[in-house]
Design a protein. Structure first.
Length: 173
């Protein structure tokens, strides 16, 4: 059956404290009951705000790239432990949402309304799988498929946030 933690099933023998499992589940956030992807994104927002204050959008994007590659490796290792024929995009894996959300928040700078917009837009593009997000999810398999569709959703959300900012809609507070 596997390890069942709050409605999230991981393969039998999975060590939840292993570094690859911790990274894949973003330190256990993916094991939260309902809507783990939304929780993963929500937990990434404060990190994104901190990174924006410390180093601006460049640092935020650099950290997103580092998390992407760490998530790619960790997810690959975790997926390799799944039984043959299992869904490789296990809902407990939320590191992809963290990387995508950091991309989405990068152009929001110091605007709380744009932070909120980045979260809502990222979740919209991630869930709806519009355009390249859905295409990438269908075409890429394994860890790459898990990670890249959320990067695509993050880029589309970031472009929308940048557009809102350019229109002056982030300066309402």
């Amino acid at each position: 059956m596997g390890l069942k933690v709050r409605n999230r099933t991981l393969p039998e023998g999975t060590n939840v404290w292993a570094p690859t499992t911790l990274i894949s589940t973003w330190f256990g956030v993916g094991l939260i009951g309902a809507a783990p992807g939304t929780w993963g994104s929500a937990f990434a927002v404060p990190l994104g705000i901190l990174l924006l204050y410390v180093g601006g959008p460049v640092l935020t994007l650099v950290v997103a790239v580092v998390i992407f590659f760490a998530g790619l490796y960790a997810s690959h290792k975790l997926i390799a432990s799944f039984p043959e024929g299992s869904d490789t995009d296990n809902s407990a894996i939320v590191v992809d949402e963290v990387a995508g959300q950091l991309i989405a928040i990068a152009p929001a700078l110091f605007s709380p309304p744009l932070w909120i917009a980045s979260f809502l837009l990222f979740r919209f593009f991630d869930v709806s799988k519009l355009g390249p997000t859905g295409w990438l999810e269908r075409r890429l398999k394994g860890a790459m498929g898990v990670m890249v569709d959320d990067v695509s959703a993050g880029i589309m959300a970031a472009l929308c946030v940048w557009g809102l900012s350019a229109l002056g809609l982030g300066n309402v507070w």
